[in-house]
Design a protein around this ligand. Structure first.
Ligand code: 5RP
Length: 248
């Protein structure tokens, strides 16, 4: 009986999260199309799928060049028969939409829940305008309080052990774990699109995300850190209960 209620509750919360993601993905893409960009960046994750769904239904999709941020997004661009570009051909992007795992009111974000943080940042930094999309479970007053998996740090395999020890010494109260492909650990670690590994670093509430980003990013062997500080101009946050949301 209680197990049944738990399953129903979980199903309800998953369905309502999808409603929030759909609103955010559709609203952000509608906003993007209004400015008629010629080159756009497409982030990674499940919320972006809704943005691409909206784009595909619009005639504008025949003209715009899409730059992917991951293997997943590359496949979505191919499946939806959109025009694919790369940063080599299009080093400057008009506007990028990307998901996030946690967003604060100053538009700092934790990203990398899908392990695509490095290419996501490359595309975001090449973009004149950067927009985040998420459902309202991700909205936070302080980073590190909502996203329970911690800040992802992408590390080269050769540097894994030494970087992990270094981080543990630098942040003695943090919990730092190598991301595994399955909870049972049997499938081995998650390997990123760049052939690297992910350390999920749980620091608790983060008082200065910009400083934390700099402290970790400068370590040799670290390719990127999933803290995107003040890069976004706007975030579209979908309400999980109703077909509406807010723009921050
Ligand atoms: C992948 C990301 C994603 O954008 C982030 O994890 C959000 O994903 P979702 O839209 O599925 O919640 O940063 O590296």
């Amino acid at each position: 009986m209680y197990a049944c209620i738990r399953i129903l509750r979980r199903q309800f919360s998953t369905q309502s999260a999808e409603r929030g993601k759909q609103w955010a993905g559709h609203a952000a893409m509608k906003h993007l199309i209004q400015s008629k960009p010629s080159v756009i960046g497409l982030g990674s994750g499940s919320t972006i799928v809704y943005a691409i769904e909206y784009l595909k239904q619009h005639p504008f999709s025949n003209d715009v060049v899409c730059i992917p941020t991951s293997f997943q997004t590359r496949q979505l661009i191919l499946q939806n028969k959109l025009k694919m570009g790369s940063l080599d051909n299009y080093p400057i992007i008009d506007m990028t939409i990307d998901g996030a795992d946690e967003i604060d009111l100053e538009l700092n974000a934790i990203k990398g829940g899908g392990a695509c943080l490095f290419q996501e940042r490359l595309v975001a930094q090449a973009s004149d305008r950067f927009i985040l999309v998420a459902d309202d479970r991700k909205r936070s007053d302080q980073l590190g309080t909502k996203w329970i998996k911690g800040v992802p740090v992408e590390v080269m395999p050769i540097a894994l052990t030494t970087v992990q020890y270094k981080l543990e010494r630098m942040f003695s109260t943090a919990s730092i774990k190598l991301r595994m492909a399955t909870p049972t650990d049997k499938a081995g670690p998650v390997v990123t699109d760049n052939g690297n590994l992910i350390l999920d670093c749980h620091f608790g509430p983060i008082s200065d995300p910009g400083l934390l980003y700099k402290e970790i990013k400068c370590l040799s062997g670290v390719l990127d850190v999933g803290l995107f500080c003040k890069m976004a101009e706007t975030a579209f946050i979908g309400n999980n209960q109703e077909d509406k949301g807010e723009i921050i």
